[in-house]
Design a protein. Structure first.
Length: 135
């Protein structure tokens, strides 16, 4: 290999390495490795909003008794009724309460309202936030 070819090969390698480094730097600068606490289904509840929910638990509030079977089915599927799970922040709890649109699903920091218990947003909310300490 002649000296000219060696210089050209080295120059090509340097340019390729610079291009790879530049591409990595470009994509890395646009990558967010953190997720905010507000990410996930529902809206953030105001601090101190009642009722309080233990971190990790989900509280499903209903205003109409016809919704109870569907809410109990969600509870049975995700956690059952074990009081130890509730104490550990791993339970879905079902209670009668003020739910302006019919159903209110609450975590410690998030809330979602639905008109019916069989609305997928209720079970999706419970599945997502159940057991999450930041929920």
């Amino acid at each position: 290999m002649t000296r000219g070819r060696a210089v050209n090969a080295i120059a090509v390698l340097v340019l390729v390495a610079a291009g790879i480094f530049g591409a990595i730097a470009y994509f890395n600068a646009r990558d967010s490795s953190t997720v905010s606490r507000s990410a996930g289904p529902g809206r953030v509840r105001p601090a101190g909003e009642r009722p309080a929910v233990r971190s990790g638990n989900i509280l499903l509030l209903y205003s109409d008794e016809k919704d109870v079977p569907q809410l109990r089915a969600i509870q049975d599927e995700l956690s059952g009724t074990d009081k130890a799970l509730a104490a550990a922040g791993q339970a879905v709890l079902v209670r009668r309460g003020a739910a302006p649109q019919g159903i209110a699903a609450l975590s410690a920091r998030h809330r979602i309202d639905a008109s019916r218990a069989d609305d997928n947003v209720v079970s999706g909310f419970a599945e997502y936030w159940l057991g999450r300490k930041d929920g």
